[in-house]
Each structure stands twice: as structure tokens, then as C-alpha cells.
Ligand binder design. Structure first.
Ligand code: AMP
Length: 434
């Protein structure tokens, strides 16, 4: 299948050719014809599948076929996204696709000044990419009018829900013209999203790319049992013995990510952190440094990394296991793309056993446990450990270690555990220099 056969306009085809897109991805092949025909759409797809073009191309095609009404340009398409980074990224992609069209796309998000955004609305915009909170700010101030919206996209709708944007989304939806096309993209469709679709969409067609965990087929999953208090040393050892690989390291808290990046730097590893407490400019700078290969390690929280266009990486490390197993899939979606092989390593403290079990249930496979020499935890992984409340912040207590006792070897009913000197030949003494 080609993009030509999907019936996209020559101006779009030219832009795609310039970006070396030759073949539509599965979600594009399914979604584009339906969206071009004007159907509402529920798209089951996560980041890395090409979903931005799946909605961006038909959106631009359809808008460019109709001339806007008189007067200055009010937004005609609205793309709601959960995070600032995704707003920037979607806007960049849309601008790239619209390169040969006379259409303008802009992004608005919190953490950036209102002034330039107000000015942008005054000049006129066709495609508006927005985070819900900032859009509400503009609506309340009367700086944006949504009465000309013909197309609405809810991108990463599940994440917007996770982030508590449901009331904001409903407020926005209530202000949009009823006569419009709506597309909702989400990795999962839980009941609240289904209810939203019933209320605000017109008998949507559904498209789905392979089951959620199909992306993990080319990825090896391994977990290293280790006490919380030794995680950092183990991480440094792993990274130090894999000299070239860039890696993204996921942590649970903003503060923890910051501290970890600093500690990695102290160990001679160039690391940058992205999380919600950093300004937009800081996050973008960190991501650019990482993309340019100037930093070897990107330390990130789930929310900050969500939807980011991070290049295919050989290695994703879960410094903390995510509170929700689905986030594991999002995290490891950074590796093993397009059939490349990838590796997902998790540093698992005994008390994170319940989380690991949850991940295994979701992957429907055992994650191999490999004890790294010198890092055996003080007790076995507790697979029956209670699951934390996902809305709660992770406790940050250091693991209790009975003093004087050597780290115990353990046997239990969970998956097989191995010991290895394995993450390369370096002994621990060799990892802290530089
Ligand atoms: P997305 O899932 O929309 O974030 O896209 C993931 C990455 O795939 C982005 O870097 C896109 O530029 C790229 N991409 C999307 N569609 C195609 C395609 N048909 N051919 C090549 N690259 C693509």
C-alpha cells in the first residue's frame, strides 16, 4: 500500500516524500481512508505507531479542501493532548505535513507565556494543538473562539484521563460546534472514555493496531532483584559496562529523577532529566541534547516521557517499576521499534514484587530474574506484596537490611532466578571513576 492509494492530496504526498515516508503504517492504512470519508474514529494505538500522521494527514487534507469562512482565521481543527511535550511534537509533525499547504498550525500549553499565544490567535491559526488546562485559560479569558472547529482530535485520551483532565475535556467539548468530525486515539479504552465517545461522537468507526503488547515481541525483558538502597550502584554498573548504548531510565517521582540524573553525572555518565517540574524550555533542551547524542542517559518520569518522539533505543531501564502495569508497555515502547531488537531491564526491590507480578500478568510471560553478582537483595522478591494505590506517590523508604547479615540467596515460587556477573566484565570497583 502507498500513500497515493489512500487518496491524499499532492501537496501532502510531496511533504511525505520529503520526509521519507514511503509506506503507511498499519494504523495509518486503516484510519486514513475512514477519516477522509468523514467518519468519527476511535483509534486504538499508542505512540510510535505513526498515529500522529494517521489523524494529521486526513485532517489537513479535509481542511484544505474547504475554504474557511470570511474574516480572520479562527481555529478549524483542535487537537487536545495531555502534555506540553506532546503538544510541541504533534505541532511539529503537523507543520511538517502541512508544509506545502496554506495552513498554519500552532501549539498552546501551560508553562509558556500567555502573551505570544494571544498574539498567535490574533494573527489567525487553522490547526490548534493544545493541552486542556491552557485551552480553558484562553476560553475563560475570551482570547480563543472555538465556534469554527470542524475537526477535533483527542490524542492519548487515556493519559488525559489519568492526568485528571476529564472535567476540562468535557467543558471544551461542550463549547465545540456539534457538526464536526471527532477522532479519539488511545492505547486503551476504559469505560469513562467509552462513555465520552457515546456522548460526544457520532457512531465512530473503530481501528486498532495489534494488541497492546504486540510491540513487545522483539524485546527481551529482564529484571534484576536488588535492594532499593543499592539500585543506584547497580544502575551505574550496568550503564558503565555498556559503553555505547544510550538508554532511557524511568523513575517514579520528579525528585527521584532529578537526584538520579545528578548522581549519574557524579559517576561520570552524562545524564539529563525530564519531568513535570522542569520548564518547557528545560525539557526541550534536555530532549534535544539526548537526541543529538550529547547525553547518554535520559532520566524521565512516565508523564514527562509520554508521547515523546524519542528515537529507537536499544535499552530501557525501569529504575522503579511503574505503579500501573500499562505504563510498563508505554515505557518499553521506546525500544524495539520497527522490528529492531530491544532490551527492557527492571531493577526490582523485594517489595516491588507485586508490581512485577502485575507486569508479568500483562505481558503474559515470565520476566527472567537475574541476580547480578554483588547485588543480591537482602530478601527474596515478594510476589505477593500488596500493590500500591496508583494515585499515590511512591514511598521512598530505603530497604530495611538486617545489619551484619550477608545478603541472602533465595528460593521461591516465582519465575526462575539466575545469578550472573553478567552486565559486562567490570567489577564494582571499576564503575565509580571519571
Ligand atoms: P507517532 O506514533 O505519530 O509519534 O510516530 C512515530 C514516529 O514514526 C515519528 O518519528 C514519525 O515521524 C514516524 N512515522 C510516522 N509514520 C511514518 C511512516 N509512514 N513512515 C516512516 N516514518 C513514519
Amino acid at each position: 500500500m502507498t500513500f497515493e492509494s489512500l487518496g491524499l492530496s499532492p501537496a501532502l504526498l510531496r511533504a511525505l516524500a520529503e520526509q521519507n515516508y514511503t509506506t503507511p503504517t498499519p494504523i495509518q492504512a486503516q484510519a486514513i481512508p475512514l477519516a477522509l470519508a468523514g467518519h468519527d474514529l476511535l483509534g486504538g494505538a499508542q505512540t510510535g505507531t505513526g498515529k500522529t500522521a494517521a489523524f494529521g494527514l486526513p485532517l489537513l487534507h479535509r481542511l484544505s479542501k474547504q475554504t474557511p469562512g470570511n474574516g480572520f482565521r479562527r481555529p478549524r481543527a483542535l487537537v487536545l493532548v495531555p502534555t506540553r511535550e506532546l503538544a510541541v511534537q504533534v505541532n511539529d509533525s503537523v507543520r511538517g505535513y502541512a508544509k506545502h499547504l496554506r495552513m498554519h498550525s500552532s501549539a498552546i500549553f501551560g508553562g509558556a507565556g500567555m502573551g505570544p499565544q494571544v498574539e498567535m490567535f490574533r494573527r489567525g491559526v487553522d490547526v490548534l494543538v493544545a493541552t486542556p488546562g491552557r485551552l480553558i485559560d484562553h476560553m475563560d479569558r475570551g482570547t480563543v473562539k472555538l465556534d469554527a472547529i470542524e475537526m477535533l482530535v483527542l490524542d492519548e485520551a487515556d493519559r488525559m484521563l489519568d492526568m485528571g483532565f476529564l472535567p476540562a475535556m468535557k467543558r471544551i467539548l461542550a463549547k465545540l460546534p456539534r457538526d464536526r468530525q471527532t477522532m479519539m486515539f488511545s492505547a486503551t479504552f476504559e469505560s469513562q472514555l467509552k462513555a465520552l465517545a457515546v456522548e460526544f461522537m457520532r457512531t465512530p468507526k473503530q481501528v486498532q493496531v495489534a494488541a497492546q503488547n504486540a510491540i513487545v515481541q522483539t524485546i527481551t525483558h529482564r529484571a534484576h532483584p536488588v535492594d532499593v538502597s543499592r539500585k543506584r550502584d547497580l544502575l551505574v554498573q550496568i550503564l558503565s559496562t555498556r559503553h555505547t548504548d544510550q538508554a532511557i531510565v524511568f523513575g517514579r517521582t520528579k525528585h527521584g529523577c532529578n537526584r538520579l540524573a545528578e548522581q549519574l553525572e557524579e559517576s561520570g555518565l552524562v545524564a539529563v532529566a525530564i519531568h513535570g517540574n522542569k520548564s518547557q524550555a528545560q525539557r526541550q533542551k534536555a530532549l534535544n541534547q539526548f537526541k543529538a547524542g550529547k547525553a547518554r542517559v535520559l532520566v524521565a518520569t512516565d508523564v514527562a516521557a509520554r508521547g515523546l518522539d524519542i528515537p529507537n533505543l536499544p535499552l530501557v531501564i525501569n529504575y522503579d517499576l511503574p505503579m500501573v502495569a500499562e505504563d510498563y508497555v508505554h515505557r518499553i515502547g521506546r525500544t524495539g521499534r520497527n522490528g529492531a531488537s530491544g532490551e527492557a531491564l527492571s531493577l526490582v526491590a523485594p517489595e516491588e514484587g507485586g508490581l512485577l507480578r502485575q507486569v508479568q500478568n500483562m505481558l503474559r510471560t515470565d520476566v527472567e530474574l537475574v541476580v547480578v553478582d554483588g547485588f543480591a537483595p537482602s530478601r527474596a522478591i515478594q510476589f505477593n506484596a500488596p500493590l500500591p494505590n496508583p494515585r499515590q506517590k511512591a514511598p521512598r523508604k530505603p530497604a530495611h537490611r538486617p545489619h551484619g547479615k550477608p545478603a541472602a540467596r533465595h528460593a521461591h515460587a516465582g519465575p526462575k532466578q539466575h545469578r550472573t556477573g553478567g552486565q559486562g566484565r567490570g567489577s564494582r570497583s571499576g564503575v565509580s571513576g571519571g
